[in-house]
Ligand binder design. Structure first.
Ligand SMILES: [Zn+2]
Length: 278
């Protein structure tokens, strides 16, 4: 297999990686560059321009620096990503009035997808994006593990994840945190306890500023609110995303102690709530 990091080796995000065998060409990620208002399309023949020359695009998760250019690739190149990840991304697009990304197949943890002579096995990992995957690629007797983005301080067992892919000949990973001070982060569960204690001490409403697409944080916030005996309120954007993530994620449709509140443009927000089944 040939690995060509087309973009992303000297920067954080904006990843586009080609993995090819003698007869199959795959792309991992079609990320836009962090901080770009209007993404610039890289001149990659066969992916964004000319005739399609790749057999599939695999997206590890829905953060823009991994998926931002996926809707710009040539038609005819199948797109794979997680099913829940796709649902969350579609809900966000719906709210923002954007055309939702069409996907052709879903990643499911441990289920191998075969594209000609390359086998791709996704493994669910913990990240601030829901339904994120590491990808193991096997071909010609070699094994490449592409980690995508991941963290070890979430609720999913990191050691269990590390045990799953087995031996890898090559590891491809992002160095986002390599230059940061080497200290342990608090865990998601510790954060939940801190937030719950803080809410218990405060009178009146408590506001949490967070990315609505960070579903694990949504769960932590809900648990913190319950710890403090409070209702958990979501704005319409958060509510539509949380309900797209699944019935077991705190949302106003399936959780008694979760409510939605309207902020502005009430008619548009009610329309979105209705489409979200709320
Ligand atoms: Zn990410």
């Amino acid at each position: 297999m040939i690995i060509h990091v087309i973009r992303g080796q000297d920067q954080i995000g904006g990843s586009i990686i080609e993995i090819s065998s003698g007869r199959t060409r795959l792309i991992l990620e079609a990320g836009s560059e962090l901080g770009e208002q209007e993404p610039k399309i890289p001149e990659i023949d066969g992916l964004f321009f000319g005739e399609p020359a790749y057999h599939a695009l695999f997206i590890s998760h829905y953060h823009g620096d991994h998926i931002g250019l996926a809707d710009r690739i040539l038609p005819g190149i199948p797109i794979y990503m997680g099913e829940k990840s796709s649902a969350v991304y579609r809900a966000a697009a719906d709210y923002l009035g954007k055309t939702p990304l069409q996907t052709d197949g879903f990643l499911r943890s441990g289920e191998t997808i075969t594209v000609d002579d390359i086998r791709i096995t996704p493994f669910l990992c913990d990240h601030s994006a829901f339904d994120s995957y590491m990808l193991l690629l096997e071909c010609e007797g070699r094994r490449i593990l592409y980690t995508g983005d991941f963290r070890a301080n979430g609720r999913k067992s990191f050691s269990a994840l590390l045990a799953r892919p087995g031996h890898a000949d090559v590891l491809i990973t992002e160095g986002t945190a390599l230059s940061r001070e080497n200290k342990a982060n608090i865990t998601e569960t510790e954060l939940e306890m801190i937030a719950g204690d803080a809410m218990s001490e405060i009178q009146g409403p408590t506001f949490i500023f967070m990315a609505s697409t960070n579903i694990d944080r949504c769960v932590s916030s809900y648990k913190a609110a319950r710890h403090a005996g409070r209702l958990f309120m979501q704005d319409v954007y958060t509510a539509s995303i949380a309900s797209a993530a699944g019935d077991n994620i705190p949302n106003p449709g399936t959780f008694q102690k979760v409510r939605v509140f309207l902020t502005s443009s009430a008619e548009k927000q009610r329309r979105i709530l209705k489409r979200s089944g709320l």
